[in-house]
Design a protein around this ligand. Structure first.
Ligand SMILES: [Cu+2]
Length: 367
């Protein structure tokens, strides 16, 4: 089960335990399906009834629960040359987790992480997918998988209520990197709260080999409180309607993979970045500062000839990106959305620290 997902069991159990505590106040209940400010009012009312502040942020909180998916934990490349059948489970978990130092937010997640686990299969493989929802959740959910032929990409047949479970079968007939996401009537909110991930359908011949791979998801988070606020932050429908979020993030948290937590690589390696843009509204201008996409596949269309030496690649909401970098010099590569206000003022950043011998013929400082 779930051999393709590479869910971290340690984190999962920790998330699973801590994630349930205190979530009741933040769950949307039936009101969560209603769009617009009525749902906001319902949320505020539910919060008030349980004694949770509905609007004031309060003082800093230190929530130990993280939903930020480790970018280095993804299923390995596929080398087999025959089809397989996979049993995969995606579990919906609504959890209150860390957003930034001092703040937390009530996320909706696949398997407790943002982005949801990367599913990796081969063209021609078949999948039995079970979508189940924790009994402690507050909203119905479903999944639309862009790699699937069928009404709603499976959404109609995977609609689950809290405590429920639904199962579909599908065959992966076309290759590429595709998004999966919740597709309920309030899907913009659910995706913003974290319900998106990637399914990679490798072509029959596989992908060109690289030394390391990383998996990121970009999305925006619409809060009532501005960036930098502390305490429990609250979802806000006004900023959602104007598509003007206070947070734009990689892997669901402010700068989660920077500094001491940067990804690691070595001089001389070639690395691959998989990126899924959940949106729900903003396209990414995805750029590696200090490097270049040596070859990349826009829209995750990995059977097309790659583009070469691209500085910044548009990744629209509901799409994916696959890009390779060479690492000829030691450096810290910053992965950014080159709409740079999102980096400077809205929280989006991840770093890859490349260690190894200097290459002064390619780069050096002079006085
Ligand atoms: Cu949902």
């Amino acid at each position: 089960m779930n051999d393709l997902l590479h869910d971290n069991p340690e984190n999962t159990s920790r998330r699973g335990f801590l994630g349930y505590a205190g979530t009741g106040a933040m769950l949307l209940g039936v009101g969560g399906l209603a769009l617009g400010r009525h749902a906001a009012a319902a949320t505020a009312q539910a919060a008030a009834s349980t004694g949770t502040p509905a609007s004031a942020s309060g003082g800093p909180v230190n929530n130990p629960l993280s939903i930020a998916a480790d970018p280095a934990k993804l299923p390995p490349p596929i080398h087999r040359r025959h089809a397989l059948h996979h049993d995969i489970t995606l579990e919906v978990r609504e959890v209150v987790a860390r957003l930034a130092d001092g703040s937390e937010f009530s996320f909706m997640t696949w398997n407790g992480q943002v982005p949801g686990p990367m599913i990796r299969v081969r063209q021609g493989d078949t999948v039995t997918l079970t979508v189940r929802s924790l009994a402690s959740n507050g909203s119905p959910h479903n999944v639309d998988i862009h790699a699937v032929f069928g009404t709603g990409g499976g959404a109609m047949d995977t609609l689950v209520v809290p405590g429920g479970s639904r199962t579909i079968f599908f065959k992966c007939t076309y290759p590429g990197a595709f998004i999966y996401h919740c597709a309920m009537p309030g899907m913009d909110e659910h995706i913003s709260r974290g319900m998106f991930g990637m399914i990679l359908v490798e072509p029959e011949e596989g992908l060109p080999p690289v030394d390391r791979e990383f998996y990121f998801g970009q999305h925006e988070l619409y809060t009532r409180e501005p960036f930098g606020s502390t305490g429990r932050l609250h979802f806000d429908y006004a900023t959602l309607e104007s598509a003007d979020p206070h947070f734009v993030l990689l892997n669901g948290a402010v700068g989660a993979f920077t500094g001491d937590h940067a990804m690691q690589a070595k001089v001389g390696e070639t690395i691959r970045v998989f990126m899924v843009c959940g949106g729900p509204n903003l396209a990414s201008s995805f750029h590696p500062i200090g490097n270049v996409w040596k070859r990349c596949w826009p829209e995750g269309a990995v059977t097309n000839p790659p583009l070469r030496n691209i500085q910044t690649m548009t990744v629209p909401p509901g799409s994916c990106f696959v890009g390779d970098m060479d690492l000829p010099v030691p450096e810290t590569i910053k992965l950014v959305d080159h709409a740079l206000t999102r980096v400077v003022r809205k929280g989006l950043l991840a770093e890859i620290e490349v260690k190894g011998p200097a290459n002064p013929a390619l780069y050096r400082a002079i006085g």
